[in-house]
Write a protein that binds this ligand. Structure first.
Ligand code: PMP
Length: 380
């Protein structure tokens, strides 16, 4: 058969407990979802503020579709850049305190676009080893020298900066690490960039809307060297991403970034939904307060069990191997709790990855904590 080799690869994955499968949802995204005929409390979603199904976003998308139609028709540089996209970019730039912004259909595309446009042969990238896969792919694709430093190891970063000859130098980090939930020391990284004449590209997919009073992880770090990227499909509850930076950087990306230039602009109704979302992120502080309450409640349970919880909505629970991760995820599912098992190659160490949301019920978070404790005792 023509695809025997693929079949064999998939079989090897099954044997190693690394086979991946999608599950089909039969409800809108939310704190609880319908999946496989059951209602589960959803602890896997990045909908941290519970905005993905918010009536204001739905109304804005509906009104946007009525006003603009659904499809954008072309790439931004041809004729796909609507006043809705323009208004969204201006609003996002102002919200995160940068002179200009550029929107993308996905965060993956934003990372590919920015990194491959900003650096190439003769340049150097300095990247945290736990950066998101899309950043790693972008760095590989750029053809710049790709220097990786141990997770959050500023001393190693400094050594690399001090000893690497290159034309342009780009430090690339996640602001909140997507599989561990911990944060990069951005202020110190920007200080090193200033000292060694580098630029800093920050992926704040998991901080925007949540940290910095909603304005993200980089708020208060006032440096033109910092190029800020955030996604709009997580806390913002829609889809897409934006990069906010000095106007010259944005202009450069519009002119040079191939994954920006050669793709159809996102549907304008989504830009209207993002505008509605930014309003809620700005006004509704109670969402971040509720999220903080859930984080603290689960942290207390995990710390009490000798684990190392994070301070963000992403809580990793590292386990011995992929089989254990799958079994724990299955047991949690039996208790009505959906927690995903994350395995290599996505992460070096298999784990459960718990994601909290403002719209979770406090009782459900307590139920998760109690169930985890029982399962961990049985596993040890
Ligand atoms: N960066 C990080 C840190 C992410 O977690 C993700 C999403 N998994 C992305 C980028 C990609 O964003 P998107 O899903 O919008 O493509």
């Amino acid at each position: 058969m023509p695809f025997d080799a693929l079949d064999a690869d998939l079989d090897a994955r099954r044997v190693a407990n690394l086979y991946r499968q999608r599950r089909v949802l039969d409800s809108p995204q939310g704190a609880t979802v319908d999946v496989d005929g059951r209602r589960l409390v959803n602890f896997c979603s990045n909908d941290y503020l519970g905005l993905a199904s918010h009536p204001d976003l739905i109304a804005a998308a509906q009104a946007g579709a009525a006003r603009w139609g659904v499809g954008s028709g072309a790439s931004h540089l041809v004729c796909g850049h609507s006043a809705a996209h323009e208004a969204m970019e201006q609003r996002l730039a102002a919200f995160v305190g940068k002179p200009a912004a550029l929107s993308f259909s996905t965060g993956y595309m934003a990372n590919l676009a920015a990194v491959t446009a900003l650096v190439g042969r003769g340049d150097a990238i300095f990247a945290d080893k736990l950066n998101h896969a899309s950043l790693n792919d972008a760095c590989q694709l750029s053809h710049a020298a790709f220097k990786r430093f141990a997770h959050n190891d500023l001393a190693q970063l400094e050594r690399l900066l001090a000893t690497t000859e290159a034309d342009r130098r780009l430090i690339v980090v996640d602001a909140v690490f997507s599989m561990d939930g911990d944060c990069a020391p951005l202020a110190e990284i920007v200080r090193l960039a200033e000292q060694y004449d580098a630029w800093v590209y920050v992926d704040d997919a998991h901080g925007f809307g949540v940290l910095g009073d909603g304005r993200g992880s980089a708020i208060g770090i006032d440096s033109p060297r910092l190029i800020y990227m955030a996604t709009l499909g997580k806390a913002a509850g829609v889809a897409g991403a934006f990069i906010a930076a000095e106007a010259v950087v944005i202009d450069y990306l519009v002119n040079m970034a191939r994954p920006y230039i050669y793709t159809t602009a996102a549907p304008p109704p989504l830009a209207e939904a993002v505008l509605a979302s930014v309003g809620l992120i700005e006004r509704e502080h109670w969402r971040r307060e509720a999220l903080a309450m859930h984080i603290n409640s689960l942290r207390a349970v995990l710390a009490g069990a000798g684990l190392m919880p994070s301070a963000t909505p992403i809580q990793p629970l590292l386990v011995a191997d992929s089989a254990v991760a799958l079994r724990l995820s299955q047991c949690l599912g039996d208790a009505g709790l959906w927690v995903s098992a994350i395995r290599p190659p996505t992460v070096p160490t298999p784990r459960l990855r718990i994601c909290l949301s403002a719209t979770h019920d406090a009782g459900d978070v307590e139920h998760l904590g109690r169930t985890l404790l029982t399962l961990l005792q049985e596993t040890r």
